[in-house]
Design a protein around this ligand. Structure first.
Ligand SMILES: Cc1cc2nc3c(=O)[nH]c(=O)nc-3n(C[C@H](O)[C@H](O)[C@H](O)COP(=O)(O)OP(=O)(O)OC[C@H]3O[C@@H](n4cnc5c(N)ncnc54)[C@H](O)[C@@H]3O)c2cc1C
Length: 345
């Protein structure tokens, strides 16, 4: 069976490792962060991620730890708003991970320069890990993708994003509204807290957060999305507000001999879609199955993976609402009461 190295022990890398182990592979997972580390965030697990997590055996636990979004009788909910750590901790359980190892180089061999392993810097210095297939699950800025020479197309959204995290849950698990200029505002709440986001002009953190201040941000959120009023009440400092300038990512090719990219390393969707992780978990499922069917032929596995997965992923990339806004940017402006930051008086 082919030898595999998974670069990145985030949600997608860990899910893939579980799925491969269930199929008889023994992947090495290299993760630069210390054991147990993750960055909490507002998180909803989309339905696209249910099947892989069911196979891993953590879906019921994660679903029970979260609040359903758009529950339907006798069917699973469209998504689950859940404490991010509930999913990450469940995936970390019983999974061997080589932590504090940062992949810094790809090892190549032969006239064609095929990738045959990686070098990772760890507490004992650089170590080589041989691999018939290196699987990059190392996130949107994927160093492995760059080292492999796989092209990445980043598209900046025309708007920025303002987001909050609050320790107070809201009364509903989810609320969202579009604005007159195509911008959006939303909120999601798990049992232990809540988070919200909205589009803003790309004016920098000072103008979008510090100058209006926390009270103006709270007033705006409660007014524009009343379902978020309880949640935003738990915001008491601008430290709980994040300003970012999101980018979309698509990669024309997902593999090159010896390296395949999945999850955020291969694609990233707009902030209001809430699908990035579910699609990444689906990638892991499809790749594990492609490898099972081609256990000694990494190129055939990658080829099968791409053929299966493109029809599932490419339409999401093409139809991302953020991409539609890129097309019409500058043609309409927000109503004054919707605009952020507010006009100075
Ligand atoms: C604020 C925020 C909110 C989000 N909300 C949602 C949501 O509601 N729903 C949703 O579906 N998605 C959401 N996402 C996206 C979701 O979190 C990601 O899609 C998901 O975590 C992707 O997992 P991944 O494993 O592909 O990448 P990552 O989680 O980025 O993991 C990559 C891992 O690789 C490691 N790594 C990187 N470089 C190296 C290296 N050189 N060597 C070794 N290890 C390395 C990193 O330390 C990290 O652990 C959100 C993202 C953010 C930032």
């Amino acid at each position: 069976m082919m030898k595999t190295v998974i670069v990145g022990g985030g949600m997608v890398g860990m899910t893939l490792a579980h799925l491969l182990r269930r199929r008889g592979f023994e992947p090495t997972v290299l993760e630069r962060a210390p054991a147990g580390h993750y960055i909490p965030r507002g998180y909803m697990l989309g339905f696209q991620g249910y099947e892989p997590l069911e196979e891993v055996g953590v879906y019921d636990e994660v679903k029970a730890a979260g609040r359903p979004i758009a529950p339907r009788p006798d069917q699973p909910p469209v998504a689950v708003a859940v404490r991010f750590g509930a999913l990450i901790e469940a995936l970390q359980r019983d999974l061997p991970i080589t932590n504090e190892h940062t992949v810094t180089e790809l090892v190549r061999a032969g006239a064609d320069g095929r990738v045959v392993g990686v070098i990772a810097d760890g507490p004992d210095g650089p170590t080589e890990f041989e691999a018939d297939l290196v699987i990059a699950c190392d996130g949107m800025r994927s160093p492995t993708r760059s080292m492999a020479g796989l092209e990445a197309e980043f598209d900046a959204l025309p708007e920025a994003e303002l987001a909050f995290m609050s320790p107070i849950p809201a009364e509903t698990s989810f609320a969202m509204a579009y604005q007159s200029d195509g911008g959006h505002i939303g909120m999601l709440s798990w049992f232990e807290g809540s988070a919200g986001w909205r589009s803003s002009e790309r004016v920098g953190r000072e103008a979008a957060v510090d100058e209006p201040g926390v009270e103006a941000i709270k007033e705006m959120w409660s007014r524009m999305l009343p379902a978020a009023a309880t949640a935003i009440a738990g915001v008491t400092s601008t430290d709980q507000i994040r300003y970012s300038e999101p980018e979309l990512l698509r990669c024309p090719q997902w593999w090159t001999p010896g390296v395949v990219i999945i999850g955020d390393a291969a694609h990233f969707f707009g902030p209001e879609t809430g699908i990035s992780s579910g699609i990444g978990l689906g990638d892991a499922h499809a790749l594990a199955q492609a490898m099972l069917m081609n256990p000694d032929d990494p190129d055939a596995a990658c080829r099968s993976y791409e053929v299966w997965r493109a029809p599932a992923v490419r339409p999401y990339e093409a139809n991302d609402p953020g991409r539609q806004r890129i097309l019409v940017a500058g043609q309409v402006s927000a109503r004054p009461e919707e605009a952020w930051p507010p006009a100075k008086v």
